[in-house]
Write a protein that binds this ligand. Structure first.
Ligand code: M6R
Length: 612
C-alpha cells in the first residue's frame, strides 16, 4: 500500500519522481504528492486523486530541484484529501516526510506531542511520527539520522519512510520495517522506490533494504546502518527486468495485456523446469527441501485473495498426487490464531507481490516455531521470497493491473510442478500418470492461447449481462476455487456483487437468490464431477435462473442447458483451472470496461497490501 519514490543526483528530480509515481500507482491512488529540495528551499505540492491530477494542478509552479521524494497514497489514517496527502511537513517546516505503512502507537505519540504544544494539520499517523522525530532532534540537539533512529525504537507498526531536511539539502534519509524499499545505485546519483520500476531506465544496480535498516543517501554516497548505528555493507544486486515489461504495449489496459500474456507467462514459468520427454522437473529451491516435504505431517498454504484461491486448488492437487494432508489458511487469520505448528510442518506462502503484510508475518511466526517455509512468489527479491527457506518464483513478470490474472495461472503452474515432483519422488503417483500430466502441463500455454481466441464471444456475453445486480459463480472440485476467483474478479473490477460457491452446497442457502434476473456462472469443464454439475445446472434452470457456463469444447449437454457458453479446450481435470479461469478473467474485464470502471485501478484497492 502506498508507493514511494525518491531521487538525489544531478538530474531534475521532478520528472523522475512523477514517472516513478505513475508506475507505482498500482499501490494506491487516493492522493499524490511531491517534496522538492533546491537552493530556494523545500517545496511541497500535494493533491487528492491520481498522479495526473497533481501534475495538472502544478503546471507553471517552480519544480526545479535535484533532490526530491514523492508519494501515491492508499489511505489508512484519515480520509483521502489534500490535507492528508503526503509529503507531510514538520512543525518547523524544515522536514518533509513520506510514509508507507501504519504507525500503530501513533495515538500515544500524538498525546505526548500535544502535551508539548504541537498542533496537527492532518489526521495521519505520518505527521505524528514526523513531529516526533523533529522533537527528538530538537531536544537531543542531534542529527536527523540520530533522531530517526531514536524515534523508530519507540515505534510499533510497519513503515518505509523517506525524509528531506532543509539543512541537509542533498540527502535523503530512509528507513524500513515491514514495507518494501529498493535503492537504485547510479553514477553519482541514487533512486528510491517501493519497487524497482521507477529506476528501470537509469540503473540496473539495486539494493533491497532490509527491516530495521536505515539509509543515508547522497548523490555519490549510500550509507546503510542498523538501528544500533552499526554500518552494514550494501548488497548490490543486478536487476533482471526490462522497461517493456512495465508498459502497456498497445493494450488499452494492463489487465487486458496481462490476461493475454498468459500463454507466454505460463510457458516462462515451465521453461527450464519441466522436461516432458525426459520426465523431469527441475526446481532447486524445492529439491533442497524434498525430504522434508515428502515426510511432512502436513502442508499449510498461507495466502490472501487470489493467491489464496491458488492455494485452494493446490490443496486438491497435493492431496491427490502426494497424499499429504493440506490446509489452506487466510494469512490474516492464521497469524493471529495461535495455530498449532510443529517442527516438520511445511508452510507454502503464495504471493504475487511477495510483500503482503499478513502473509509475511504469518510465515515469520511459523518460521520461529520451526516450520520449513517455501515461497511461491512472483516479485524477485521481495520480502516473502527473502524470508522463505526455499521455494520457486512464478516468473510471470510485473503484474501491474490491480486485479491478479497472470500471477494466478503462474502460481497454479508452479504449485502443480511442485506437487508432481513430490508425488513422483514419494511414489504416490504412477509413472504413467506422471508422464501424462507432464505432457499435458506442457501443452497448457497453447491451450490458453486457444481459449483467448474466444475473447470476442466472452465480450458479447459481458455486454448482455453487464447490468445485472448480482452474480452467482458455482463450481465443484478443482473448479470450486475457480468459481471463487471468478466472483472476486467481477467484484473488484466492476463493483457488481458476486458470490462464489461450491455447486452442490448452493442448495443449502444461496439457491434462494435464484430468479430470472440472476446470472449463474457455472465452471463446468469435463471432469469427475461433471454429471453432478449438470444436475446443479438443471436445478438453476428449473428456477428460471440464467445459466452462463464455462464448458469443455464439444459439451453438448451443458450447451443445451445454458443460456450462454464460454468454451475451453479439453484438459486433465487437475490442470483445468488454468484454462477455466481465463474466460472468467475476460468476463469481468469486459463487464468492467462496459460499465466505465477504471479496471486497472479499481476503487479502494491497492495492488500490494502492506498493511494488515
Ligand atoms: O501479492 P499477493 O498475491 O500476496 O496479494 C494477495 C491479494 O491481495 C491479491 O490477490 C488481491 O486479492 C487481488 N486484488 C486479487 O485480484
Amino acid at each position: 500500500m502506498c508507493g514511494i519514490v525518491g531521487y538525489t543526483g544531478p538530474r531534475e528530480a521532478y520528472p523522475i519522481i512523477i514517472k516513478g509515481l505513475k508506475r507505482l500507482e498500482y499501490r494506491g491512488y487516493d492522493s499524490t504528492g511531491v517534496a522538492l529540495q533546491s537552493s530556494t528551499g523545500l517545496k511541497v505540492y500535494k493533491k487528492k486523486g491520481k498522479v495526473a491530477e497533481l501534475e495538472e494542478s502544478i503546471v507553471g509552479k517552480d519544480l526545479h530541484a535535484n533532490v526530491g521524494i514523492g508519494h501515491t497514497r492508499w489511505a489508512t489514517h484519515g480520509e483521502p484529501s489534500d490535507r492528508n496527502a503526503h509529503p507531510h511537513q514538520s512543525a518547523s517546516g524544515k522536514l518533509a516526510m513520506i510514509h508507507n505503512g501504519i504507525i500503530e502507537n501513533y495515538t500515544q505519540l500524538k498525546k505526548e506531542l500535544v502535551s508539548k504544544g504541537y498542533e496537527f494539520s492532518s489526521d495521519t499517523d505520518t505527521e505524528v511520527l514526523l513531529n516526533f522525530i523533529e522533537e527528538i532532534k530538537k531536544n537531543n540537539e542531534c542529527s536527523l539520522e540520530e533522531a530517526v533512529r531514536v524515534a523508530l525504537k519507540r515505534v510499533t507498526g510497519a513503515y518505509v519512510i523517506l525524509l528531506l531536511d532543509e539543512d541537509n539539502p542533498d540527502t535523503i534519509i530512509a528507513a524500513r520495517k515491514g514495507s518494501p524499499l529498493v535503492i537504485g545505485v547510479g553514477k553519482g546519483e541514487h533512486f528510491l522506490g517501493s519497487d524497482a520500476s521507477p529506476m528501470l531506465e537509469y540503473t540496473k544496480e539495486v539494493v533491497y533494504v532490509n527491516d530495521y535498516e536505515l539509509a543515508i543517501i547522497k548523490p555519490d554516497e549510500l550509507i546503510l546502518k542498523n538501528l544500533g548505528n552499526e554500518k552494514i555493507t550494501p548488497y548490490v544486486q543486478k536487476l533482471d527486468l526490462e522497461l517493456a515489461a512495465i508498459e502497456k504495449g498497445g493494450y488499452e489496459h494492463f489487465m487486458l495485456k496481462e490476461i493475454f500474456e498468459q500463454p507466454q507467462t505460463i510457458f516462462d514459468c515451465l521453461r527450464g523446469r519441466l522436461d516432458a520427454e525426459a520426465g523431469t522437473i527441475t526446481m532447486s529451491g524445492i529439491q533442497q527441501y524434498a525430504d522434508q516435504i515428502i515426510n511432512a505431517n502436513r502442508i499449510v498454504m498461507v495466502a490472501c485473495g487470489t493467491s489464496w484461491h491458488a492455494g485452494l486448488i493446490a490443496e486438491y492437487i497435493f492431496e491427490e498426487l502426494c497424499r499429504i494432508n493440506v490446509e489452506v489458511e487466510y494469512a490474516s487469520e492464521f497469524r493471529y490464531r495461535n495455530p498449532v505448528i510443529n517442527k516438520g510442518d511445511v508452510i507454502i506462502a503464495i504471493s504475487q507481490s511477495g510483500e503482503t503484510a499478513d502473509t509475511l508475518v504469518a510465515i515469520d511466526n511459523a518460521k520461529e516455531k520451526g516450520a520449513i517455509i517455501l515461497g511461491v512468489v512472483n516479485v524477485v527479491g521481495s520480502s516473502i521470497a527473502r524470508t522463505s527457506h526455499g521455494g520457486a518464483y512464478t516468473h510471470a513478470g510485473p503484474e501491474i493491473g490491480v486485479a491478479s490474472t497472470k500471477a494466478f495461472t503462474a502460481q497454479l503452474a508452479v504449485l502443480t510442478m511442485i506437487a508432481l515432483k513430490v508425488g513422483y519422488m514419494k511414489g504416490t503417483i504412477s509413472q504413467e500418470r506422471y508422464m501424462h500430466l507432464l505432457k499435458e502441463l506442457n501443452e497448457i500455454p497453447e491451450k490458453v492461447a486457444w481459449t483467448l481466441k474466444q475473447s470476442d464471444a466472452v465480450k458479447a456475453i459481458a455486454e448482455k449481462y453487464k447490468d445485472a445486480r448480482d452474480f452467482l459463480y458455482l463450481g465443484r472440485g478443482y473448479n470450486f476455487p475457480v468459481a471463487l476467483e471468478g466472483a472476486l474478479k467481477l467484484k473488484e473490477i466492476s463493483y457488481i456483487h458476486a458470490e462464489g460457491y461450491p455447486a452442490a452446497e448452493m442448495k443449502h442457502g444461496p439457491i434462494a437468490l435464484v430468479d430470472k434476473d440472476l446470472p449463474v456462472v457455472f465452471v463446468a469443464t469435463k471432469d469427475t464431477y461433471h454429471e453432478k454439475v449438470v444436475s446443479n445446472m438443471q436445478e438453476i434452470k428449473a428456477r428460471k435462473g440464467m445459466v452462463i457456463s464455462v464448458i469443455t469444447e464439444g459439451d453438448e449437454v451443458s450447451t443445451e442447458l445454458s443460456n450462454d457458453v464460454m468454451i475451453v479446450p479439453e484438459a486433465d481435470e487437475i490442470l483445468a483451472p488454468m484454462l477455466s479461469v481465463i474466460p472468467l478473467q475476460l468476463l469481468s474485464y469486459y463487464i468492467g470496461v462496459a460499465k466505465g470502471c477504471d479496471v486497472d485501478k479499481p476503487r479502494n484497492l491497492a495492488k500490494s497490501v502492506t498493511v494488515e
